[in-house]
Ligand binder design. Structure first.
Ligand code: SAM
Length: 277
């Protein structure tokens, strides 16, 4: 780990001309105490692999490096690479930076083994990345935990309980295979420049056992159920072969609406649909 003091992040941004790009979802975190608190959410990272999406000027990256992590970071904005190269020098052997789009990266291969994901995500790709990680064909997945910044409204949808307005496909996909909770709310004023909305960090830990359900079936089922969430299930699920029979077999009243079922209910229905053939 480094002993040399690092320049303040504002100086790094000024020195490298990193004017925030809206198109790249750039809202930087510059408060090093806050960044250290975020890096502490997954627990001790000493010697652990970490995959970071969008290091930008490197604020969260340096907090992860200070915590002793071995970081593989993917950044799309080439302007940030010289600043990140300075961090790699300050923390010898701890940081590898890949220039590219996180959507097209084989993160497991890039990290070289199981890793924690920690990221202040670009909002335009955050949900798609999370869904990709949750739909991993291999389960247990390559990632040991995910500590991710989202718009507060998206974070609420990930952790939502049945019966709430926020409960839907994202909650079911997230909670099917993982424990998900909001670890920290982050005020918009913590970012430079401040985004229009509040943010929250979600901490997600994969559950030990897979549930024996094809994620595509669960996806089709929840798309149908929540595509018409105000309708009764008997109506919204009639296009899915075997779904109404599954409701019947499980004793679920088909006049109920999508948001009143639990994650376990959806998993059970999907399992029955898959077991038909
Ligand atoms: N981690 C920094 C921080 O906390 O201050 C920056 C976070 S900023 C919200 C999002 C970062 O993701 C930006 O640096 C942006 O250039 C980068 N980014 C945007 N889209 C990306 C993509 N598809 N793949 C990799 N990085 C991306």
């Amino acid at each position: 780990m480094t002993s040399a003091p690092l320049p303040p992040l504002r100086e790094v941004i000024a020195a490298h001309g990193l004017r925030a790009s809206k198109a790249l979802g750039q809202n930087f975190l510059l408060d090093e105490q806050l960044l250290d608190r975020i890096a502490a959410i997954p627990g001790s990272l000493a010697g652990e692999r970490v995959f970071e999406v969008g290091p930008g000027p490197g604020g969260l990256t340096r907090a992860l490096l200070r915590a002793g992590a071995r970081v593989t970071a993917v950044e799309r904005d080439a302007r940030c690479l010289p600043a990140l190269a300075e961090l790699a020098v300050a923390f010898p052997g701890q940081l590898e930076v890949i220039e590219g789009d996180a959507m097209g990266i084989d993160a497991e291969a890039a990290c070289g083994g199981p890793a924690h994901i920690v990221a202040n995500l670009p909002y335009n790709v955050g949900t798609a990345l999370l869904v990709g990680w949750l739909e991993s064909a291999q389960w247990a997945p390559w990632w040991k935990s995910a500590t991710l910044m989202f718009q507060a409204e998206v974070a609420e949808r990930i952790v939502a309980a049945p019966g709430s307005d926020a409960f839907g496909r994202l909650a079911i996909l997230s909670q099917w295979r993982s424990e998900a909770g909001i670890a920290m709310k982050v005020h918009r004023s913590a970012f430079t420049p401040p985004p229009k909305v509040m943010s929250a960090i979600v901490h997600i830990v994969p559950k030990d056992a897979a549930e024996g359900v094809d994620v595509r079936t669960l996806g089709r089922l929840t798309a149908a159920a929540f595509g018409q969430r105000r309708k009764m299930l008997r109506q919204s699920l009639k296009g899915i072969a075997g779904a109404l029979e599954a409701l019947d077999a499980l004793g679920i009243d088909p006049s109920r609406r999508a948001e009143t079922l639990t994650v376990e209910d959806y998993v059970a229905i999907a399992r029955m649909i898959d077991a038909r053939v």
